[in-house]
Structure formats: structure tokens, C-alpha cells
Design a protein around this ligand. Sequence first.
Ligand code: NAD
Ligand code: GLY
Length: 371
Amino acid sequence: MKDQTIPTTVQIALDERSYPIVIGAGLLGHATTYAVVPPAATALIVTNTTVAPLYEAKLRQALTGRYKQIHTVRLPDGEAYKDWATLNQIFDALLGQGADRKTVLFALGGGVVGDMTGFAAASYMRGVPFVQIPTTLLAQVDSSVGGKTAINHPLGKNMIGAFYQPRLVVCDLATLQTLPPRELSAGLAEVIKYGPIADMAFLDWTEQHIDALTARDPAALAHAVQRSCEIKAEVVGQDERESGIRAILNFGHTFGHAIEAGLGFGVWLHGEAVGCGMVMAAHLSQRLGLVEMAFVERLTALIARAGLATKAPVIDKEHNVDHYLGHMRLDKKAEGGDIKFVVIQSPGQAAVQSAPDAMVREVIAHCCANP
Ligand code: NAD
Ligand code: GLY
């Protein structure tokens, strides 16, 4: 593993929308980190009430000198606030402070802040530059990279949004040291995801280093963030708008979204639902004859070692399976009510396909009943 004090860069290659992801400890407080961001008169830091006291001052100091005016909007914290009303607070700040077309937005926080800031940047004056400064593991390895931005609608998660790429992603590994343990585990679910879908050598590495990761060993976290970003960059570079291969990044998400929506958003964290969703998707892959039960057990054991639940929750006492299926039909990959699943075709390779209803029902019933 490399020295995590030396920053690494992973490039997202998307022609004129290409940008670097810089990864290292202490980066967010250095002015030089932001040298590639276009010059402007005004910057707006978008953060939340939890992250602001920890990191806003450092960021503000780094940006002073580069921008004449630096404003901040501190949003309420939580998935429940990933909505129109909270998004409007960003527009209120931009318009209230006379932000122009060159104003740069800086998203300082986890995936919720990142997704909302990105959507605000995509739509304010039809598009202004923005920078992602993800401060959760989940955001560093997944949500800040690749340009998916969104807010939730009461009828569905991430249903209103845009593809809009940031100019720079700054993964400051030092921020992971203040993350609550439950959030660290949730982020590890997305790290674990990359092995079965794309790189079994990375799954081997993750198994060998899972204790170091849960203990927040800086070198282990640095490698996990770098390799996750490399794999995501490779996939997004081939399919920016998810017309094909990008869908494999949603391994575990079809079942996971049903858990999140079925229990009510925020009861299980996104990463927790994805962790359990991967167990369910692995069982489906096994029933489809694609992988051995030994593979399902191996993945399940790793998810458990990351501190995540592997038994699916009952979301409705009387009609549990029907409720799961109802939520899964609202998944963005569904076509005309036909649910599409990301399955493991063979270890290290994923595909998107339908599955017989009866088989999906069996998987839900089995995973809700067994650890
Ligand atoms: P989050 O943004 O809610 O952050 C988790 C919690 O940690 C929050 O309470 C936050 O305030 C706090 N926090 C953040 N950084 C901290 C730090 N360094 N120290 C202490 N506390 C800190 O959740 P998340 O897991 O980062 O992101 C989940 C969101 O990301 C969901 O809305 C999900 O839909 C979205 N997502 C988007 C994509 C995408 O491609 N755009 C991919 C995956 C997930
Ligand atoms: N998190 C899935 C994607 O970015 O496509």
C-alpha cells in the first residue's frame, strides 16, 4: 500500500467534461488543491449543520485569496432534507447574494450535500461550475464521482435530478477520522461492491484488509478510496449516462432501495441497505445458476465483517414480499414494471437482467428469514 500522505489523482475521462479526483490526507485546507477550478468572483460553500463546525473554516481559509466573496449555506442534516424545500435554500443563497454564471459551488459533506449541490449547480442559470469535497467514505468512493445529482420525491428516491459533472473531486482522507462508525460501515458496503462486479483481486484485498478498514487505518482507507474511484472512473468513462454498463454500479441497489423505501428513508442508511441488497442479489445470482453458494457465503461473510446487516428486514408484517416487489418496480432500471437486476454473472463480472417473479419471491422470503 502506498504512503497516504502523498496525494494520488484518478482521472475521469469524459472529453471536455473530464476532471481529476485528488485523494490524500489534509487536502481540503490547502489553497493549491483548488488550482484547476475556474476563477470567479464568488464562491458558495454548501454544507450542513454537522459538517460545518468540523471543516468549513479550513475550506474557507483555503479559498480566501482565490474568491473575493465566499458565502456559505448550511443545510439541515439528513436524507429527509434531500428535497425541493432544502434545494431552494441553495437557490435563495445564490440569488440573494447576486451569484453570477461563473460562481463556483463547493459541496462540503456526504452524499446528501453532494447530490443536492450538484443538482443546484446543474440548474442555477442553466449550469455553473461545482466542486465535490466528499467527507464520508460512501461519498468518496461513490456518490461524488460520476456526475449523478438528484433530490428525492415523496414517491421515490433520487427521482428528480440531472447528470452533471463536477470540475474537481477532493477526497480528503483525514475527514474519515471523524465519521460515526455506522457511517463508516455504510461506506464500506460501496467499497465491497466493486470487487464482485469488476475486480476479484480487489475483493481479495478487501477481505484481507477489512479489519484495518474498520479500524480506519489511513493506508488501507487510501487504497480503498483510490481503487474504488479507479473502477468507477473506468465504468463512467465508458457510459456516462447509464445507457448500458454503468448500471452494474447498482449491484445490490434494487433490493436496497426497497429496504430504504419500505422501512421509510433514513431508518436504514443507504449503504446499509446496499450491503444487505448485495446479499439478496448474490442469492438471486446463485438461483439463476450463475455463481456457486460458496461465493454467496463469501460475500455475506465480508459484509458482516464490515459491521453491516446481512438479514433483510421485514418491511410489511402481512404482505412483505409483495411490498418488496412493489418498491422494486419503482426502481429506475425497471421497464414497464419489469424489474431489472444487477446479477453476478461470474465472480468479478456483472450483468443486468430480469428474473422469474417466483424466484425473486423466494429470494426475498429466504433473505428475510435467514441470517
Ligand atoms: P450523508 O450525506 O447523509 O452523510 C452521513 C452523515 O455523516 C450525515 O449525518 C453527515 O452530516 C455526516 N458526516 C458527513 N461527513 C462527516 C464527517 N467527516 N465527520 C462526521 N460526520 C460527517 O450520507 P452519505 O452516506 O454520505 O450519502 C448518502 C446519499 O448519497 C444518499 O442520498 C444516496 O442516495 C446518495 N448517493 C448518491 C450517489 C450518486 O452517484 N450520486 C451514489 C451513492 C449514493
Ligand atoms: N452509484 C451509481 C452510479 O453512480 O452510477
